[in-house]
Write a protein that binds this ligand. Structure first.
Ligand SMILES: NC(=O)c1ccc[n+]([C@@H]2O[C@H](COP(=O)([O-])OP(=O)(O)OC[C@H]3O[C@@H](n4cnc5c(N)ncnc54)[C@H](OP(=O)(O)O)[C@@H]3O)[C@@H](O)[C@H]2O)c1
Length: 234
């Protein structure tokens, strides 16, 4: 399959690209700036794709032209609000930034590639755990990250019903804990992690799991949300 992944230069995005390239998929790796690890893969790299920037939409369109895509994975994300635990500490600038990348950036990516998607294509949105839909979360804080990820979930539900008639399926995936810079930074900021980073799946193992969840998606299942324990929440 031809798969496009955003935020592909490191972390989970790099893991998805690595796993996809290994099994022979045609990978288009969109990123702000490439890395040695990404350059080492047999993938096509499209640099200068900052999902928070409007100009990136056109840059991505120019890079793709009329090429059809089987799958787009909206993976790029940030978590800068992890150290604010209360409403008093909440940094609204950070919150807006998280919305800009996580929620608006995801919608922007989908807008950019929609002309390249058709019957049988899949849109994958990387979200976070079921906490973002729970009335009584197990811990507080990280307002901006969790609010923006909840925005992705709603975007996915709306998008799924809108583009189902075109034969395009949407799935929202919470990858569960993955050993990346993000988990190391939030662990360092004092957030209690379910597992220590060294005990979390590495990026390629997690990427392979996401690919499996993409493969099994059908149009009948569009709008489904997979959480880390592979439970369907919606
Ligand atoms: N790790 C986990 O346990 C976990 C759990 C649940 C959900 N997730 C989600 O999984 C996704 C990947 O996270 P990760 O753990 O791999 O985090 P990470 O190691 O911090 O990597 C984040 C990726 O997103 C990219 N990115 C950030 N801002 C961007 C922007 N404005 N435009 C384009 N790309 C941008 C980064 O690119 P640069 O190199 O250019 O900064 C990097 O490739 C995120 O959506 C995250 O919320 C992760």
């Amino acid at each position: 399959m031809r798969i496009l992944v955003t935020g592909s230069a490191r972390g989970l995005g790099l893991g998805i690209c690595t796993a996809a390239a290994k099994r022979g998929d045609e990978v288009i790796a969109a990123c702000r700036k490439s890395t040695a690890e990404l350059r080492a893969l047999a993938v096509r790299v499209v640099e200068g794709i900052d999902v928070a920037e409007e100009s990136s939409l056109q840059r991505l369109r120019d890079a793709l032209g009329a090429e059809p895509l089987d799958t787009v994975v909206c993976n790029a994300g940030i978590n800068v609000s992890c150290s604010s635990r209360s409403i008093d500490e909440l940094d609204l600038g950070a919150l807006a930034k998280e919305y800009g990348v996580n929620a608006v950036g995801t919608a922007r990516t989908v807008q950019a590639v929609l002309p390249n998607l058709g019957k049988g294509s899949k849109v994958i949105l990387i979200t976070t755990s079921g906490e973002t839909l729970r009335r009584n979360p197990s811990r507080g804080g990280s307002y901006g990250y969790r609010m923006s990820k909840a925005g992705i979930n709603q975007f996915g539900f709306l998008l799924a019903s809108e583009i189902r008639p075109r034969g395009i399926a949407v799935r929202i995936i919470s990858p569960g804990p993955v050993d990346t810079d993000m988990t190391r930074i939030i662990g360092g900021a004092g957030v209690v992690l379910a597992r220590a980073p060294g005990q979390m799946p590495d990026i390629v193992t997690a990427g392979r799991k996401v690919l499996g969840q993409i493969d099994e998606l059908t149009l009948e299942d569009t709008g489904s949300w997979i959480d880390q324990a592979d439970k369907r929440w919606a």
